[in-house]
Design a protein around this ligand. Sequence first.
Ligand SMILES: Cc1ncc(COP(=O)(O)O)c(C=O)c1O
Length: 399
Amino acid sequence: MPRFSASVSALRSSAIRELMSLASRPDIISFAGGMPGNELFPVDEIEELFRGLDTKTKQAAFQYGPTPGLPSLLESLGGFLEKKGLPLKSNRLMITTGSQQGLSILAKAFVDPCDRVLTEYPCFIGAIAAFRSAGAEIVSIPVDEEGLDIAMLRKEAARPDPAKFLYITPYFHNPAGMLYTSERKRELVEALQGRDIPLIEDDAYGDLWFSEEDRERLTPIKALDPEGIDICYMGSFSKILGPGLRLGWLLAPPAIYEKCELIKQSADACSPSFSQVIADAFIRSGRIDGYIAIVREEYKRRAACMVEALRQHLPTYVHWNEPKGGFYIWLTLPEGGDATEILKRAIEGGAVFVTGSTFDPDPSGQRNNTMRLSYCNNTPEEIERGIPIVARAIREVCG
Ligand SMILES: Cc1ncc(COP(=O)(O)O)c(C=O)c1O
């Protein structure tokens, strides 16, 4: 019998994961994944860009590269991020193998087994997995429609043994879909200042806004550069170019960056050079902004279609918000609603989503009355066929 480590022995496949494997029928309509539509990828543009590169650059694409990233991409990405007001000069930028790797690196940098870390409730599942596998004890703080519960954050921040960090996804949250207000971000900063609790600000979806008027709320906390708080800002090419590239980034204060670079060296030496050459060419060609504008419009169209279908078909006792950007809509059922049973029935009917308990950092998983629907990977026609199936399953279970 192989003698596995304590951390891997504690990993369990969830009942939900087993349910989801039933959902691999080709005819099923999936509102489960957080992935871009395949038909949206800029395949022709990338082919043309790669063909146009000189031989030296093409060869470098097949070669190992420096651990923090190819200098050319660090420069072009730095320019892209500076337009968001991010403080590139006083911080260091690192390319990561997806922003998922950034989460694993930060977990390794800060967490010893049984250390407390703070997250939102609900929380991106990849972050829960990364923090758990480092042995963290996760304390989750609920979010409402404007952001994190500040009273609870203040209580946690005032403890004599403060948590190792706070992780948040303030811009088109995964899974809750919402966008933090500027006021809530200001209160969050005040609660953390001088507390020695670094902030991990995950901005995987911020470019996918639907309305100009929300843009002010999208200014990263990192861009405000508040005093007395270390902020590690993370982003990704996954939702604005393609997750198959496996490229993300981490912008961190120098002392944190140095540890992260050492950790990355032992993890994978460098992120894929091929992807980095492509991402660099895409930014330098000036096509990235136009492409983001196209996908933004498409996700807006899909979101509007799902909103319309939910308005038509959902019972009024289900609470949900119109998305302002990103990929997700979060549904809250009445107290005691059984999202697992609804999922079972929806799968039988031909549609699948993710139960909210999947995003609950509390392993006892008592809360089961929420659901996440994503609209990013469905045609309007699929949305119009799939939402009535989900609505029917809700009525069957909740009445
Ligand atoms: C909030 C959030 N952060 C990070 C990631 C990880 O993205 P990637 O590793 O593909 O860059 C995702 C992916 O869905 C996400 O939703």
